[in-house]
Ligand binder design. Structure first.
Ligand SMILES: [Zn+2]
Length: 464
């Protein structure tokens, strides 16, 4: 009898284990990709969170119980671009830089979103940059080059995805071809514009949400610039989640890309990169709150497609110090400040050096909160004179190409003072972080290769 009891116990335990393993298949999967968010920007953001904002609790991604890191090299280079990296993270296949949703042999490879769609998951694919850009595009498109943005847009229309969102379509029309508006309409997708349009979703099953027509399609606007009337990544995340909960309540997959992090890092704009990473983190809270309500059915994985800029905390000017509080003086992104200077040049309204000093004080806290040495001031003035003041209006083409030298000098002063360093304006082969919580999260600890991320998610979905 005792033996029988033990046997029964064992059998019951085995059954329970089977049940546990069957139940341990996530119904709700979130893949967050901070574009360009290497270890440097991620850690600088946490440093800012702790030292400047005074929070004892780490940023959301760093509260997750599982952390690892990831290698990002592509099939053609130790330094990947976003197309090859997006393809690796979405399909589990390495490809050459520039190629999207295809192997190096141009044979299409299929994303985890397509595989999960076939299994009945609803799909959301959103970004703070263009939805036809490399990272979101890698989940539905198959083109030999990422620059084929009209074709990528048509493939978005044909993807069957329930929600696609971002800044805007970069090639909405092509001669002799139907416009993207027509392509979306033909595929039963409702295209809506701007944050106020959320109420227009109605009972549409498939939705594309982008900024108002005529606004910059490249990104929704930096968090640091907070452009009124534009979409934001946290807002898009809430809309996408609400939509998926309505049209596919039993299972869904969401990819959320913090695309503007990469843009800020390319610009070596340390302050904007940190504020953009915080914004990405805020959008992650939307998924994390959902996870807390469905902890046994949800998986969240956060990673980056590659590092951009090789950003560091600490630089050759501050020794064993960094003063990230100085980025709070910054009231405009590098891109926005550049636009301002460009507009002044175009209208023949270039300020004098003294007036420009006033603008630098108002916009970046120079000479007040942010110290500027005499040597730095001389370098700023020289760039100002060389690239702006001494130019004539008939020299505008050169002017536009060169005034960036002045803007770059302004941001060098800011980064130097804050203790932020950069080694590149392109991507690097530095490792990127991986954070995970929920069903199967353990699989992401330690060192990952980027192609393993989607493979692991599928393995978890299949209960392996
Ligand atoms: Zn990039």
């Amino acid at each position: 009898m005792i033996c029988d009891f033990k046997k029964l116990g064992l059998t019951a335990m085995s059954a329970a284990m089977v049940l546990t393993s069957a139940a341990a298949t996530p119904k709700y999967i979130f893949l967050y990709i901070g574009d360009g968010m290497g270890m440097g920007p991620a850690m600088a953001t946490e440093m800012y969170n702790r030292q400047v904002l005074g929070n004892d609790t780490p940023i959301t991604m760093m509260q997750f119980p599982v952390a690892g890191f990831c290698m990002t090299y592509s099939a053609s280079s130790p330094v990947t671009d976003s197309a090859a990296a997006g393809t690796a993270l979405s399909t589990g296949a390495k490809t050459k830089n520039g190629m999207l949703g295809m192997g190096p042999d141009t044979i299409p490879v299929y994303s985890i979103a397509s595989v999960l769609k076939a299994k009945g998951y609803g799909i959301g694919d959103i970004t703070s940059v263009a939805p036809d850009d490399a990272t979101p595009g890698a989940f539905y498109a198959h083109v030999p080059h990422r620059s084929m943005t009209y074709e990528i847009g048509v493939q978005a229309a044909e993807s069957g995805f329930e929600f696609i969102g971002g800044a805007g379509w970069r090639t909405p029309a092509k001669e002799g071809m139907p416009s993207l508006m027509e392509a979306f309409a033909d595929n039963g997708v409702k295209m809506i514009f701007g944050p106020d349009s959320a109420s227009c979703i109605g009972d549409s099953k498939r939705v594309v949400m982008v900024n108002h027509w005529g606004t910059n399609p490249n990104n929704v606007g930096y968090a640091i610039d907070s452009i009124p009337g534009n979409l934001t990544l946290p807002f898009l995340t809430e809309q996408c989640l609400d939509h998926l909960k309505r049209v596919s309540p039993d299972a869904f997959f969401m990819m959320v890309e913090g695309g503007s992090i990469d843009h800020a890092l390319h610009a070596n704009d340390g302050g904007a990169a940190i504020k953009e990473t915080l914004n990405f983190n805020e959008s992650l809270e939307v998924a994390y709150n959902f996870y807390k309500q469905h902890p046994d059915e949800t998986l969240i994985v956060v990673t980056a497609d590659h590092d951009t800029g090789g950003m560091t905390i600490g630089n050759p000017f501050l020794g064993y110090n960094a003063r990230l509080n100085l980025i709070d003086y910054q009231e405009a992104s590098k891109e926005e400040f550049q636009n301002l200077v460009k507009a002044m040049a175009k209208e023949g309204m270039l300020p004098s050096w003294d007036e420009m000093k006033g603008i630098l004080t108002d916009t970046f806290g120079f000479w007040q909160g942010v110290p500027v040495t005499e040597k730095q001031e001389a370098a700023l003035k020289k760039k100002f004179d060389d690239t702006l003041a001494s130019r004539h209006s008939d020299d505008q083409k050169t002017l536009y190409a060169n005034f960036n030298g002045f803007v770059a000098e302004v941001f060098k002063v800011l980064n130097d003072a804050a203790g932020i360093g950069f080694v590149a304006t392109s991507h690097t082969g530095n490792p990127v972080p991986v954070f995970a919580v929920g069903v199967g999260a353990d699989q992401f600890k330690n060192l990952n290769n980027n192609i393993e991320i989607p493979a692991k998610i599928l393995r978890i979905v299949e209960g392996k």
